[in-house]
Design a protein around this ligand. Structure first.
Ligand SMILES: [Zn+2]
Length: 267
């Protein structure tokens, strides 16, 4: 990505978002953690979340995501069969925790639709949502038997054919929450969309992981301002609990990532 062009956008973006308190636990106590180009990162003194302040506004984010996906037709999505295989493998893991053998499946940040398609193939009614139109167009063109929504989760109000609200048995959200300025509201929205007992598989990079390169710039999980938040397993679990989830399992991660299986309580 061309960081110089991003900086120009930032300079003209009046909608930089101040985040003076921790987006995960609301604590105001923090210390400066790192500075990357024009971006400042802070460490929450209470939960140790690392977060940007200020965060980029909508105009900057739109540019970032356009840049990230403008290679979509030329290579980003070319390994379709291997992506589908990987999605199916991960889906098998999630299904061990979900007591259902079908029902409604939601991928939050569904990208090219690979996980949506993997879920549909094993019998789920599958939905995907994503704010990126290029990705969604790819998903709609290649996997047309599922349903897609262009936008973000707080605008998502899925309805069935008779107009009743759709609630999900299983949700999947991989490498998305680090892009979200208000992760509490984000997880509460996913929680609200699940049926009682519904399961969420959540992944994000892990800044505290023992295999994370010592120099932050050498770690592919470190990319401000695209990644606004840098979690560790402990603060992600605490955030999930605060947002209405119970922890079912923390999966082993051999790369610097955290993978959680969460559940909306039965009652
Ligand atoms: Zn915090």
């Amino acid at each position: 990505m061309d960081m110089n062009s991003d900086e120009r956008v930032v300079a003209s973006d009046a909608s930089l978002i101040r985040s003076p308190t921790c987006p995960a636990c609301d604590a105001a106590e923090r210390r400066p953690y790192y500075r990357h180009e024009t971006w400042e990162l802070f460490s929450c003194e209470v939960c140790r979340l690392i977060y940007l302040d200020p965060m980029p506004g909508p105009a900057t984010l739109a540019t970032i995501y356009h840049d990230a996906y403008n290679g979509a037709q030329t290579g980003y999505f070319t390994k379709t069969s291997s992506k589908l295989r990987r999605s199916s493998k991960r889906l098998r893991i999630i299904r061990r925790f979900s007591k259902t053998s079908g029902g409604n499946f939601l991928d939050v940040g569904c990208n090219g639709g690979f996980m949506v398609e993997a879920a549909r193939r094993v019998g789920y009614t599958a939905w995907g949502i994503d704010p990126d139109l290029v990705s969604l167009e790819y998903a709609r063109a290649h996997f047309p038997d599922s349903r897609y929504f262009h936008g973000v989760i707080d605008e998502f109000d899925p309805r069935d054919s008779v107009g009743a609200a759709v609630r999900f048995d299983m949700a999947y959200c991989s490498e998305v929450i680090e892009h979200v300025p208000q992760p509490q509201a984000f997880l509460r929205d996913i929680n609200r969309l699940l049926k009682p007992g519904g399961v969420l598989y959540l992944t994000t990079p892990d800044i505290s992981h023992w295999r994370r390169p010592r120099r932050l710039e050498n770690w592919d999980g470190f990319c401000p301002p695209s990644h606004l938040l840098y979690f560790s397993p402990e603060n992600l679990i605490a955030l999930a609990r605060r947002s209405g989830f119970e922890l079912l399992s923390r999966r082993p991660a051999w790369k610097p990532g955290v993978k959680l299986v969460l559940q909306r309580p039965q009652r």
